[in-house]
Structure formats: C-alpha cells, structure tokens
Ligand binder design. Sequence first.
Ligand SMILES: NC(=O)C1=CN([C@@H]2O[C@H](COP(=O)(O)OP(=O)(O)OC[C@H]3O[C@@H](n4cnc5c(N)ncnc54)[C@H](OP(=O)(O)O)[C@@H]3O)[C@@H](O)[C@H]2O)C=CC1
Ligand SMILES: O=C(CO)COP(=O)(O)O
Length: 320
Amino acid sequence: MKIGIAGGGAFGTALGVALALDGNPVYLWARDADRVAQMQETRKNPKLPGVTLPLNMSFSAALEPLLACDTILIAIPAQTLPAFLTAHADALDGKTLVACCKGIDLKRMTGPASTIRDLVPGAQAAMLTGPSFAADIARGLPTALTLACADDDLGAILQTALSTTNIRLYRTTDTIGAELGGALKNVMAIASGVAIGAKLGESARAALITRGFPEMQRLALALGAQSDTLAGLSGFGDLVLTCTSEQSRNYRYGLALGSGSGFDQTTTVEGAATARAVRQLAHELDIDMPICTVVADLTEGKTDVSTALNTLLSRPLKEE
Ligand SMILES: NC(=O)C1=CN([C@@H]2O[C@H](COP(=O)(O)OP(=O)(O)OC[C@H]3O[C@@H](n4cnc5c(N)ncnc54)[C@H](OP(=O)(O)O)[C@@H]3O)[C@@H](O)[C@H]2O)C=CC1
Ligand SMILES: O=C(CO)COP(=O)(O)O
C-alpha cells in the first residue's frame, strides 16, 4: 500500500514518522512550501521538537506525489477538511481517505468520515482516531487507536497496513461513533480545563468527565452511533486522556478560559467550533447537552465562568 499524508502539522508528521520507522515509504503533503523545504532539509518539524524525520519520509507542497498514493491519511483541522476535499474532489476520487481529524463541521454538521462521503462520494472513507498525542506517537511510545471503516474488508486491510510496532489499531465499522467520540471529547476537555483553571478542584473535573460521557453518548446514539464505540478508545479512551493532560491543546485552552489568562489563538483547538456545532445539533434534535452548550457559550464570550458554573449546578436534581 502506498501511503500519503495530507497535513504537515504535529499529527500528520507524527503518523508519518511512526509508519516510516516501521518500513513504509511515506509521502507527506503540506501546503506551506517553506515548511516542506525545511522538513526535507533539516529532517525536523518545529511542531515536534526533538524528533528526527526518517529518510524514507518525503515531503512536497505539490499534490502530485500525494495523489500517486492509494491511501491518504488526512491530518488537517476538521473545519478545513471540506475546502480541501472540494478543491481536490476529482483527484481524490477512487482513493481511500482516512480522516485523522477530530471535529464536527460547523457548516454541514457532519464528522470527518461523513464529510468525505458527502464531498468525495467515489472515495472510500475511514477514520483513524483515539487517545494519542502526536509527541507520544513520534517518540515511539505505545498507543492503541480505533480504525473505523464501514466496509469491514477494507477496514481489515487498513488495520494491518497502518498498525505499527507501537501503534495497535482496533477495528470497527461504526464510523459515526468513531467520529463523534473524537469530536465530543474535545469539548469535554475544554470544560475540564475550565474547571481546573478556575480552581474548582479535581472532584469537579471528575464530575464533568463522568457526566460528560453520557452527554456524548446521548448525541452520538441519536445520530446513529453504537454505544460500544463510545465506550471504546475513540470515545471514553480519548475523553480520559484529553481531559486530564496538559499535553492537550483543548484542555490548555480551557485552563486559560478558566483562569482568565491569555491563549495563542493560532493553536489548533478543535473543541471550540465543535461545541458550537453540538449546541446547534442539540437544539435541532431536542437533546439535553448542558456541558457542550455551556462550553459553546463560554468560547463565544456569551457567558462567564461563574455564570456557567451556576447554570450547571442549578439544573434540576435527577437520578444518575
Ligand atoms: N496533535 C495531536 O496530538 C493530535 C491531533 N489530532 C487531530 O489532527 C488534526 C490536525 O491536528 P494537528 O496536526 O495536531 O494540528 P497542527 O496545528 O499541528 O497542524 C495543522 C496542520 O494543518 C494544516 N492546515 C491548516 N489548514 C489547512 C488547509 N486549509 N489546507 C491544508 N492544510 C491545512 C496546517 O498548515 P499550516 O502550517 O500551513 O497552517 C498544519 O500543517 C486535528 O483534527 C487534531 O484534532 C488527532 C490526534 C492527536
Ligand atoms: O486528540 C488528541 C489526543 O488524542 C489531541 O488533543 P488536542 O487536540 O486537545 O491536543
């Protein structure tokens, strides 16, 4: 299998490193020609400090080498995925496209695999998602992820091809569950960061994670996901990782919101747009999504931390 990666950020590069170190030649496309030249020459990516890029990884800002691959991992932010797919829809037709991004597209209200199916119907769509920080993958630390593909035969081929010595892939046909688990956990990570940033304590964070999980399940099940998928790596697994680690950008963004400190707005924080998408979906589907709604309002400055807290604490008491 000839593997290409679209996206020269932390995650695309880290996946490329892992696959290349396992003996696969990897072709990485990034839109920034200067970044590409830098990676080619220095064998470094500033987004992955301390990591050396293997020699069997090659880089290009031209799309041709990427399009010569039959399987393309797409590791660009979820809100940029539709424009990328639309711009190259003809060339991507017939390819296997593995979305590695986590989010719900604000315009279409779809997760990455569904967006691929909608915009490049002639491609085969899959998702690679689950608990894994790019830095951990690039350093060769062990991770276990979910490979989701509606076509189980293709899923099995991808599972084998994309597993490496240190990345263990579990397979599912439930792409909806996989894409929603990865998207929704980012919103919960922001909420957890806010709790810690506002010095509400670790008990409050545990409450948020625990109540956040059924909230994730409510929306995912309403949209056709399977409960088991949400309880697996792509849902619960990633929820735990992202809500408890300062390596997470979503969590750090929440910390900044909670403590009132500054945050570099150029950082990729998928949970902010996803929270807004979820708030809209919850309204349309009449589903109770209190944590996501509060996070959407907070990120838009429509509420402040203490009002948000009161909103959550003053909800009617109910059974667990
Ligand atoms: N980092 C991590 O630990 C993990 C990330 N992910 C997911 O991977 C996805 C990418 O994140 P990550 O790599 O970390 O983010 P980064 O911010 O490190 O990199 C994002 C990359 O996407 C590129 N990009 C942005 N917009 C476009 C566009 N319109 N067309 C083409 N390329 C574009 C950027 O290019 P440029 O530099 O030119 O702006 C940059 O190379 C996210 O959905 C994230 O949730 C999943 C698991 C782990
Ligand atoms: O998805 C991730 C870990 O699984 C990375 O999380 P952040 O995007 O919050 O850094």
